[in-house]
Ligand binder design. Structure first.
Ligand code: FEO
Ligand code: CA
Ligand code: CA
Ligand code: CA
Length: 638
């Protein structure tokens, strides 16, 4: 299936044909970047330019692990990692919940009550402030239908489509630590599965717009399900934000795709999920507005299993990777978001209203009112947030933006018009808990440097297969507010292997090597955690020859010191990161262990690459949430 599967791969199925120039105030070639020194280095790489101290004050207090090609999860010797919640494990919603069958013969009805596939973004919500008892909300990004069904995609049927749909979405599980071990609570009143068929509401400025209306929903306000839930976020009022990334892959477009189809990557006959063959709503030739109802950030109240999830149209329609929140000095919320595709953009949303005490109930409409911005990185280290507001920045009726709903439904096109900087696949964002500085992963872009796609100082390498991490501080000067419309930026690290043959693949990491950074999060103490997603087609080959399996690392954001904390089993991605509020446990997700280069398993040989976590006699490889603790009970990473 490769890139045809339309998933979390280095894809460009939705083509940014705007040919939006990048940073062109200064023609920064790779040669320039690699040779630049002194003041230029300080601007691009150093920390002085943002007024930081270079003194760390932090200790990466663990024994780093080497690269690995083994089919095991490896953590430092002073840590223990325990599998908590695997694909197919009962969500805990009901007595007698169906157990996982290793031959994948569970029905779609079973799957509705079990962990979905391919865990991704995740957040921990303590109950009554208890760091050892709480809820985990976990995204299930997509399915490998070669593993999901006993006979794979043979005899394709409506029931197989339903099972695939049931394996998407979100799990909410109640977990508790007893005697140093985490457990999923059976029969929890919080337990919930949200799937591709769960009723949801569309709210905000685009709600009810003509383009959101379908024959099944003439109001344009109600939609079934959420798709390709990749990274995530949580809000200051305790809700979970799940993000719809490569939703385009589920639709079959009309034979003559629209310009919007092309911009977002819908194509006739779809990308291989084959849902449209048995569920007409995914046939966009018959239901042309259904795709407009996906590509949103969805708000879930994890504490209320009866809550109707809400698609927040004010946050724009893109291939949403994640939604990382912070607060302005006057108490409003800011949401940072990436659009993960080659040459797409970085966004932020600033709410109109202040966060109120009183949890979700008191902030139910906060994400419906505010301003969406897109980032423009200038070559001199400054940047601007361009408001995507109808009437501003060229977003006028004659360009197709007659209303704010038009801007939000066609966010990518609006960002093109506004003049945003095309980036090397924006994935996660993380906000430093003390300084408010924002870090963002740009996972890779092998097409950077091709004709019409020049490098720039924000995306400085041709054939950027290794990716990089950029950082910025809001405001024109130190102490700026998260609502600022200016920022100052620099690179944090260019990823790579210092022994790679090609200089542009070597990078400048201060410490242990990695490539294709994706997951990114600060813990409350200000350590930066980096997770990698090297595609299985690139893993162990070429410049990735010595890099081993995907991994998680920890970095000091001030000094750049980086140590490898964990390596995953074969064929997996490391993603999803959530700390308990006492920082004594970190939860991570192992996604798609055993993935083959084709990205779809052979049902006749499901263990071809991996049998993690259940072992050779355990059946198929299974994505899983893992709890990691220090053996001495201390704080993780310190
Ligand atoms: Fe699903 Fe871009 O990661
Ligand atoms: Ca993924
Ligand atoms: Ca990702
Ligand atoms: Ca990725």
């Amino acid at each position: 299936m490769g890139q045809g599967y339309g998933r979390d791969i280095e894809s460009n199925e939705g083509v940014n044909v705007s040919n939006q120039p990048g940073i062109h105030a200064l023609d920064v070639t790779r040669r320039h970047v690699l040779k630049c020194s002194g003041a230029a280095i300080a601007m691009l790489m150093g920390s002085h330019a943002l007024g930081e101290s270079t003194a760390s004050g932090k200790t990466l207090g663990f024994t780093p692990v080497p690269v690995s090609t083994s089919d095991t999860l490896v953590v430092p010797a002073e840590y223990v990692a325990e599998v908590l919640y695997r694909w197919g494990d009962p969500v805990g919603a009901a007595e007698g919940a169906p157990l996982f069958k290793p031959d994948a013969s569970n029905t779609w009805e079973d799957q509705n009550l079990q962990a979905g596939m391919h865990h991704d973004g995740m957040s921990f919500f303590p109950i009554d402030g208890n760091p050892r008892h709480g809820l985990l909300a976990i995204n299930h990004e997509y399915t490998d239908d070669g593993l999901l069904h006993a006979d794979g995609m043979a005899n394709w049927s409506a029931d197989k489509v339903r099972k695939s749909q049931a394996a998407h979405g979100v799990s909410v599980i109640e977990i508790i630590e007893r005697q140093g071990q985490w457990h999923v609570m059976p029969g929890s009143r919080y337990a919930r599965r949200i799937t591709a068929n769960t009723p949801m509401v569309l709210s905000g400025p685009a709600s009810g717009h003509a383009q959101l209306k379908t024959s099944a929903d003439p109001t344009g306000t109600r939609v079934l399900g959420t798709l390709n839930n990749c990274a995530a976020g949580d809000t200051p009022w305790g809700s979970y934000l799940t993000c719809e990334e490569n939703w385009n892959g589920y639709f079959s477009a009309a034979d003559q795709p629209t310009s919007d189809d092309k911009r977002y990557g819908l194509r006739p006959k779809g990308w291989g999920y084959r849902w449209h063959e048995h569920d007409e709503r995914f046939d966009a030739a018959k239901h042309p507005n259904e795709p407009y109802r996906f590509g949103w950030v969805v708000e879930v109240d994890p504490m209320d299993p009866m809550q109707t999830p809400i698609k927040r149209t004010a946050l724009g329609r893109i291939k949403h990777e994640g939604a990382t929140t912070t607060r302005t000095q006057d108490g409003r919320v800011v949401v940072y978001m990436g659009d993960d595709e080659r040459f797409e953009y970085i966004y932020k949303f600033v709410s109109r209203d202040k966060v109120s005490p009183g949890g979700y109930a008191a902030n139910k409409t906060l994400l419906d009112h505010g301003t969406l911005y897109v980032a423009r990185f200038e070559a001199d280290g400054h940047g601007r947030w361009l408001a995507l507001v109808q009437g501003d920045n060229g977003l006028t009726a004659d360009k197709g933006f007659a209303t704010q709903a038009d801007v939000l439904i066609h966010t990518r096109q609006a960002a093109d018009v506004a003049g945003a900087t095309p980036m090397d696949r924006p994935e996660w964002m993380a906000v430093h808990p003390d300084t408010g500085e924002v870090f963002a992963t740009l996972t890779n872009n092998s097409q950077r440097g091709q004709p019409g796609r020049a490098v720039d100082s924000a995306n400085p390498r041709t054939d950027n297969i290794m990716g990089h991490i950029i950082r910025w501080r809001e405001g024109a000067a130190k102490g700026g507010d998260a609502s600022a419309t200016e920022f100052r930026w620099m690179q944090f690290a260019l990823a790579g292997d210092p022994n790679a043959n090609q200089p542009s693949h070597r990078g400048n990491i201060k410490g242990d090597m990695y490539g294709s950074p994706d997951g990114l999060s600060f813990d409350a103490g200000g350590l930066l955690w980096i997770q990698t997603d090297v595609s299985t087609s690139a893993m162990h080959q070429g410049a990735y020859k010595n890099m081993g399996n995907n991994m998680m690392l920890c970095a000091d954001p001030f000094t750049g010191e980086t140590k490898r904390f964990l390596t995953g089993p074969k064929g997996c991605e490391i993603t999803g990161i959530a700390f308990t509020s006492d920082r004594r446990t970190v939860f991570i997700n192992i996604q798609h262990p055993g993935e083959t280069a084709s990205e779809r398993s052979d049902p006749a040989d499901p263990q071809a690459v991996s049998h993690w976590p259940d072992g050779a006699k355990g059946g198929r490889p299974r994505s899983a949430t893992v709890a990691i603790r220090r053996r001495d009970g201390g704080m993780v990473g310190t």
